[in-house]
Design a protein around this ligand. Structure first.
Ligand code: FAD
Length: 491
């Protein structure tokens, strides 16, 4: 039986990101993927948002995505009400247009460079946990042994079901088809149409031949494998014609079902991405949430596998990611409610549009949907605590650099900005935490919150969130180091 420290089921964006994080930390990780290769069937995500680009920047690979995508300012939206966030203090104050097929290809190349084996064409069919690990059953009849198994296997997750983790939430009320096709007859109208059923749109693609169709179906279908006939029927029901629809390059169905796993962990089995939460694609959140789950979990799992931290550290993964995602799911449900075109929904939509034109609500929603406002509850204190570290331009002994460059190796960083006593305080953790002395003369500004007081030191977790903020006293530093990076004599 082949052994790995961690086995991941699924090589979607979540599984690939997690594998990269674990490999960077030196963990023996393998992915089992049902698909024969990395090709993405149907249309899925169309872009990356600010915080997702930042986490890629923290690993030094954001440019690989940016160079292949298109920058769209003002493209963030709540229920298609545009939210400009170009005034946010981030290097990525835009949405990067990039299809999921490219996102996955680039992530897979990165995972490959880091030496992660991906077993395509095989499926995890079940598993059995014991005290020391997990026996993972794979479709080719072989088994794998792992210390931990992570289900990144999408919304219908076998891992979640086998672990007996409940998946409470809202059943679907509406069903949409999204497709790339050709039409024999030019439709009389292009663009968005709203009616009592929901939202529909017809748009020409760049080649002038193919058409992107979004149409709300009459009924909520239970199957996920839509046909050309389904598309034709849905078009006729809305437009009175299917315009001779033919030659589909892709047809996908999505509903507004919204569910979240009750627990992200069942002993040695964890869930991430769509396996842990599903929701309609409104606001383009799925890939972002999944990749951010992966970055929250990766370094924690690595430390537990290495014996640096107790396995209770893994409980902080659920404690941090579950509430953050629940808030996003609530927003996507609200967004779906605003899709309808009856008079009262239209009045509500106009009201929300008016509110979102005001500065404060705009910032709040842009913060939520860009992922830049994520706040993990690490207790009371400086506003930076539990929030993302800004990517400051700093000067170190070796010259100018950026804070995110210090995070490329996915190791914790203690940034000493002017705190003479801190070197001694960190001594027992020096093997695990890299200490960097730096100068920074600029302002400290956080998205949504605005300017905050300059700290004298900051302890940054490998996922880029601030675990401790210094004010020349080092009060609480040893506790924070122990909580996040193990006891002084752990390594
Ligand atoms: C029409 C549509 C539009 C969307 N638009 C956006 C958007 O604009 N922005 C956005 O962020 N998100 C969007 N999403 C959502 C996004 O596609 C998903 O949230 C994202 O793919 C989730 O990534 P994941 O890795 O968690 O899961 P998945 O991408 O579903 O990957 C799961 C992987 O696990 C594999 N697998 C499943 N079962 C097993 C098994 N038992 N063993 C081994 N492998 C298995 C699957 O083959 C798959 O490769 C959209 C989705 C749809 C359908």
């Amino acid at each position: 039986m082949t052994e790995h420290a961690v086995v991941i089921a699924g090589s979607g964006p979540t599984g690939l990101m997690l594998a990269g994080e674990l490999a960077l930390a030196g963990i023996d990780v393998a992915i089992v993927e049902r698909r024969a290769n990395q090709d993405v069937a149907g249309m899925r995500a169309g872009g990356l948002h600010s915080r997702t680009l930042e986490i890629l920047d923290q690993r030094g690979v954001a440019d690989r995505f940016v160079s292949q995508g298109t920058v769209h300012h003002g493209a963030l939206g709540f229920s298609m009400i545009p939210l400009d966030h170009s005034d946010f203090p981030t290097r990525y104050n835009y949405v990067l247009g990039l299809w999921q097929s490219h996102i996955e290809r680039i992530l897979a190349e990165w995972a490959h460079e880091l030496g992660v084996p991906i077993h395509y064409g095989s499926e995890v069919t079940g598993f059995v946990q014991d005290e020391r690990g997990v026996n993972v059953q794979v479709s080719d009849g072989k088994s794998l042994r792992a210390q931990y198994l992570v289900g990144c296997d999408g919304g219908r997750s076998t891992i979640r079901k086998t672990a007996g983790i409940e998946f409470p939430g809202a059943d679907p009320t509406t069903s949409n088809l999204i497709a790339e096709v050709e039409l024999a007859v030019e439709p009389p109208e292009w663009g968005i149409r709203r009616d009592a059923l929901g939202i529909h749109s017809l748009g020409k693609l760049e080649d002038g031949r193919r058409v992107r169709v979004l149409v709300t179906e009459q009924d909520v279908k239970r199957t996920n494998e839509p046909t050309l006939r389904d598309l034709s029927e849905a078009l006729i029901a809305v437009y009175g014609s299917d315009y001779g629809v033919h030659s589909p390059a892709s047809i996908s169905r999505f509903t507004d079902a919204t569910r979240q796993a009750a627990r992200y962990r069942e002993r040695r089995v964890l869930l991430a991405g769509d396996a842990a939460h599903i929701h309609p694609p409104d606001g383009g959140q799925g890939v972002q949430l999944g990749m951010q789950d992966a970055v929250n979990l990766g370094w924690k799992l690595a430390q537990v596998v290495k014996g640096i931290s107790p396995d209770t550290l893994l409980d902080s993964y659920h404690a941090e990611r579950h509430p953050v995602t629940a808030r996003v799911l609530r927003a996507t449900m609200a967004s779906v409610a605003l899709r309808r075109a009856d008079d009262r929904t239209k009045a509500l939509r106009d009201t929300v549009t008016e509110l979102l034109a005001m500065n404060e609500p705009r910032k709040r929603f842009a913060g939520l949907l860009s992922g830049l406002d994520v706040h993990y509850d690490l207790g009371e204190g400086h506003p930076l605590l539990g929030r993302r570290m800004p990517d400051l331009d700093i000067v170190t002994a070796t010259g100018p650099t950026r804070v995110y460059t210090l995070l490329h190796r996915a190791r914790p960083v203690l940034l000493d900005l002017n705190d003479p006593g801190i070197g001694n305080a960190i001594t027992p953790w020096r093997d695990r935490v890299q200490i960097t002395n730096a100068r920074y003369d600029g302002t400290w500004e956080l998205p949504v919150i605005g300017a905050v007081a300059a700290p004298t030191a900051v302890l940054i977790r490998p996922d880029g969130y601030v675990a401790w903020v210094g004010d020349l006293t080092q009060a609480g530093l040893a506790d924070a180091l122990t909580t996040w990076f193990g006891s002084p004599n752990a390594a």
